[in-house]
Ligand binder design. Structure first.
Ligand code: NAD
Length: 339
């Protein structure tokens, strides 16, 4: 029997999770929600997804030729797991309003706080923590990116401490409301919250982060300085990242020198929506400094719209009792074309 999944909040993340679930042989996408009428709803209709809504939105959808199949409550009643991709704080409310009363498992996204679920998830780091659990949270795109590469370094070189700076895209490509369009905006929070979010997955890691936003929509870039216990050489770090799942080493020689070229590369690979769910580490930007400490330096690019999508798929499997995390990651990667 396939795992029956509902998608609540069909926006930037939700529409990608819906497509990813629909691609899995062991899952069935029962339906998605529409909170208002938009081109997203038209796409869901064209893809043949069953559409559910809230009573107050029904008329707007009907007037625009969208047939709905019932309420969010009706959808939730039909499934094993709900993936909630609504904007920040709504997921938390939905847990209390719909998911807990209906005894249905639920996954919320990085906009919600760790305390909402008590479990924050990045498949390759802590798959087992979500095994058979009723609620879990997929961490943010930035935290996912930091966790994937830091976990690999930690396992091989034992991390002592980390400083990371996040240069964040100002808005998603389809977002006409946010910026900046001509400024560099520091996050006036020192250190930024991203470091403590990493600790919800990589427990006990000593890390502090700083962040700023720039006028770009394509990806985030992270610069990292990692103090490690064992001596490292650049060639070994390159190989470590090459052998780490959902991490891709990109090179100057390929002309992948910027976020723009990485996204163009993803488009040319034929990735759906031009997505790049792997964290891209620049080979030439991996360095070592050996003074009183062993320091590993690197830079990575994070595609904010897509890196968390495979994590949602693996979390569904973990929560419904699929024990082999490695196997789940392989199954998911195959459907995304991730090598
Ligand atoms: P979004 O605004 O693009 O999409 C949210 C969707 O939820 C919209 O379609 C909206 O109509 C719908 N919605 C709003 N209220 C609803 C309700 N009460 N019931 C059902 N649907 C409702 O948001 P997003 O960027 O996809 O973010 C969703 C979550 O994912 C947030 O927690 C966010 O922090 C997290 N996240 C976002 C990104 C990103 O870069 N966009 C990356 C990682 C994680």
């Amino acid at each position: 029997m396939p795992i029956k999944v509902a998608l609540v909040g069909y926006g930037t993340i939700g529409k990608r999770v819906a497509d990813a679930v629909a691609m899995q042989k062991d899952m069935k996408l029962v339906g998605v929600t529409a909170h208002s009428y938009s081109f997203n709803t038209e796409v869901a209709k064209e893809k043949g997804y069953r559409i559910f809504t809230l009573p107050e939105c029904e008329a707007e959808l009907k007037n625009n030729g969208i047939k709905t199949e019932g309420s969010v409550q009706n959808l939730v009643e039909q499934v094993d797991v709900v993936v909630d991709c609504t904007p920040r704080k709504i997921g938390k409310d939905n847990i209390e309003k719909y998911y807990k009363p209906n005894k249905v498992k639920s996954i919320v996204q990085g906009g919600e706080k760790h305390a909402t679920t008590g479990i924050s998830f990045v498949a390759q780091c802590n798959y087992n923590e979500a095994l058979n659990k009723d609620i879990a949270r997929i961490v943010s795109c930035n935290t996912t990116g930091l966790c994937r590469t830091l976990d690999a370094i930690n396992k091989e070189y034992s991390v002592q401490s980390v400083h990371a700076t996040m240069i964040r895209r100002g808005a998603d490509p389809g977002d006409i409301h946010h910026g900046p369009i001509n400024a560099i905006v520091p996050v006036l929070e020192m250190p930024s919250h991203h470091g403590s979010d990493v600790q919800t997955v990589l427990h006990g890691m000593e890390i502090f982060t700083t962040a700023l936003s720039v006028p770009s929509t394509l990806m985030h870039v992270h610069t990292l300085t990692v103090d490690v216990k064992k001596k490292a050489v650049v060639e070994d770090i390159i190989n470590l990242f090459r052998n780490t799942t959902r991490v891709r080493v990109v090179r100057n020689a390929e002309h992948l020198r910027s976020t723009a070229e990485i996204i163009e590369f993803a488009r040319d690979l034929g990735r759906p929506r031009g997505d790049m769910p792997e964290i891209c580490v620049w080979q030439e930007a991996i360095g070592i400094v050996q003074n009183s400490h062993n320091k590993i330096l690197y830079m990575q690019a994070v595609h904010q719209e897509s890196d968390v999508i495979p994590e949602n798929v693996d979390c569904i499997r973990a929560m419904t009792g699929f024990k082999d995390g490695q196997k789940s990651i392989e199954m998911t990667n195959k459907t995304f074309g991730i090598k």
